[in-house]
Design a binder for this molecule. Structure first.
Ligand code: AMP
Length: 591
């Protein structure tokens, strides 16, 4: 398959500001892709070579890439550096440098997707002494035979900056349309994706063997599954109404969610975003190794005070997110795991069991680890009355929790789903919004005065899964320290795009636009009807969306969340309604 086909699609996708066109371009691309290449093309358009959990990276330093560009374009390193300063992007630098290149290789090898993929693969697998030189040679071998546009995308890919800005769901839609002609079959693919986190394999099975083979994909040890998520409720009454009157109530600890895979081969830990984080917690690996069976478990890992054993806030756990000095961090910031689910046991999926059945199994497994200090079953009770939940919640908060998770007793484990089978109830709800909201940064205004040269305000969006759009909900300019401002300016630079992103909806004019990627936590005084912000538009009143009033950055960048994990527009509607209820107003009164 010609690599140019892929490049043309990437170019078209980069230029459109229509969400639907993104899917159409992908459908056309899949239709032209040979079946045995579908998995590779699927990974490539996601900007990767393998599913994320494989943790395979190309690992090339900027300097090396600049040298590769210089050697293939015949320019000096200084000229390339100058171009890089001008464009601010290594892919664009490669494109420019190669445009003015003279004759290409004398006998160029054809640029096929197969060749590009396998060269990338070799780059990723080269390690050890002299590997940077080796990688450089491999990248140059591609650039030597590539056109300037091809070079642009090769380098963007190599640098992990392909950024087509498409959600997994868009790829799923496109696959369903391309191979079954029916978008509703996305559900089957989505399910396979949810239990395997491997879109490439699902895509290849679909193309080669049809929908039935995708339907039979099962949870497997060492392939993380996408976590089940919780909706938000504002009162204990509402939680119980959603739960058939009786529910499991658990501590909602403020740590890091970990998916544990333990088999005969060893232990692997995955983050909520399904990255391999085994290296962060060698102590946890040791503790769960004691478990007798092969299992997939979920729990919240929390830092504890080494002296008192008390839970510590999330910020303390961040000291454990490091590649170096792990041993020292382990001593200073010991952790415990609080398990709350079991998904697989000795060769069999347990996802179809009810919450109560899974909890019983989980208890047996935790007992078998014989390490109550470090491997715990999360605190839980069964509640039938709102007062019982409230009482348990006071205990939870006293122990340092954010609140409680309330879970439907009869519910199976639904990978990747955000439903009311699990709900979160955070601290007491007051008329001002005590609850935090996680929003995606989609645009910015240049700063003035003390903020000159940085961003003065950020435009934030909620996510609407139904339309797969990021809808603006507020502009935030307070809560930032000088250090934050500096960090935001630097970290957002790689997400800058020349126009409003195709998946962004807003009535606001901004100086700078970003691809939706970075999620931050804010608090606000209230939610109001808004004519200019489209979040949840028409849900409360025709022609109006919802906006946050007096928003403030809490200081927390939610780098454990993807853009699509941001607070959903629907959640804002329920928060708006609750706020009216608390304030004793009717909806028509508006505000
Ligand atoms: P949030 O990040 O506010 O959407 O809340 C969901 C997160 O709460 C999960 O991803 C877990 O990291 C965390 N959590 C803490 N305790 C529990 C629990 N008992 N059950 C499920 N998730 C929990």
């Amino acid at each position: 398959m010609d690599f140019s086909l892929l490049v043309e699609t990437f170019q078209q996708m980069g230029q459109t500001s229509s969400r639907i066109a993104l899917t159409d371009y992908l459908v056309a691309l899949f239709a032209k892709t040979p079946h045995d290449l579908i998995d590779k093309v699927t990974y490539l358009i996601q900007g990767k070579l393998y599913p994320d959990y494989e943790g395979i990276e190309l690992g090339l330093a900027d300097k090396m890439v600049m040298r590769a560009i210089a050697s293939s374009s015949g320019k000096s390193l200084t000229e390339v550096e100058r171009l890089y300063q001008k464009t601010g992007d290594l892919g664009d630098t490669a494109g420019e440098a190669m445009r003015s290149k003279g004759q290409s290789s004398l006998y160029p090898e054809p640029m096929t997707v197969e060749r590009v993929y396998s060269t990338f693969d070799k780059v990723a697998r080269t390690s050890g002494a002299g590997s940077q030189e080796q990688k450089l040679k491999l990248v140059s071998s591609l650039l030597n035979d590539a056109t300037s546009e091809e070079s642009r995308y090769i380098i963007k890919f190599v640098m992990g900056q392909l950024r087509l800005g498409i959600a997994d769901y868009t790829v799923l839609d496109a696959l369903a349309l391309a191979f079954t002609g029916d978008k509703s079959n996305r559900k089957v693919l989505e399910n396979a994706y949810n239990v395997s986190s491997d879109l490439g394999t699902a895509a290849r099975l679909l193309a080669a063997n049809g929908l039935e083979s995708v339907r039979s994909m099962q949870v497997t040890l060492f392939k993380p599954l996408r976590p089940m998520l919780a909706e938000r409720v504002i009162t204990a009454e509402e939680a119980l109404e959603r739960m058939e009157g009786r529910a499991g109530v658990e501590f909602k600890l403020d740590g890091e969610r970990v998916q544990i895979h333990k088999g005969r081969q060893g232990v692997e830990l995955f983050s909520r975003r399904l990255e391999r984080i085994t290296g962060h917690y060698p102590d946890l690996v040791d503790s769960v190794r004691m478990i007798k069976s092969d299992v997939i478990l979920e729990g919240e890992v929390v830092a504890v005070n080494a002296q008192t054993g008390e839970y510590l806030p999330f910020q303390e756990l961040m000291h454990r997110r490091r590649k170096h000095g792990v041993e020292e961090a382990m001593e200073n910031y010991p952790v415990v795991i609080n398990l709350f689910d079991i998904l697989y046991l000795d060769g069999q999926s347990k996802m179809h069991l009810t919450y109560l059945e899974r909890r019983k199994l989980l208890k047996k497994v935790v007992d078998s680890a014989k390490n109550k200090e470090k491997v715990r079953l999360i605190e839980q009770t069964i509640a039938e009355k709102p007062e019982e939940i409230e009482r348990f919640m006071t205990v939870a908060i006293e122990e340092g929790c954010e609140g409680v998770m309330i879970k439907q007793l009869s519910s199976v484990y639904r990978a990747g789903a955000r439903e009311y089978a699990w709900v979160k109830l955070k601290r007491e709800y007051r008329s001002d919004l005590a609850d935090t909201i996680d929003l995606v940064i989609i645009g910015a205004l240049h700063g003035r005065g003390r903020r000159t040269g940085k961003y003065g305000a950020l435009l934030l969006a909620a996510y609407d899964p139904k339309s797969d759009m990021f809808q603006s909900a507020t502009k935030v300019g307070t809560g930032f320290t000088d250090e934050h401002l500096e960090q935001f300016y630097n970290n957002l630079e790689k997400h800058v795009i020349p126009h409003r992103h195709a998946r962004v909806e807003t009535g606001m004019e901004m100086d700078v636009w970003f691809e939706p990627a970075v999620v931050i936590e804010v608090i606000a005084s209230e939610i109001t009807l808004s004519p200019s912000h489209p979040a949840a538009k028409n849900s409360v009143r025709e022609g109006f969306g919802l906006a946050l009033r007096f928003p403030k950055f809490t200081g927390k960048v939610r780098d454990d969340k993807n853009a699509e994990d941001a607070t959903a527009s629907e959640e804002l509607v329920s928060m708006y309604r609750k706020q009216l209820k608390v304030a004793g107003k009717s909806e028509d009164a508006g505000n």
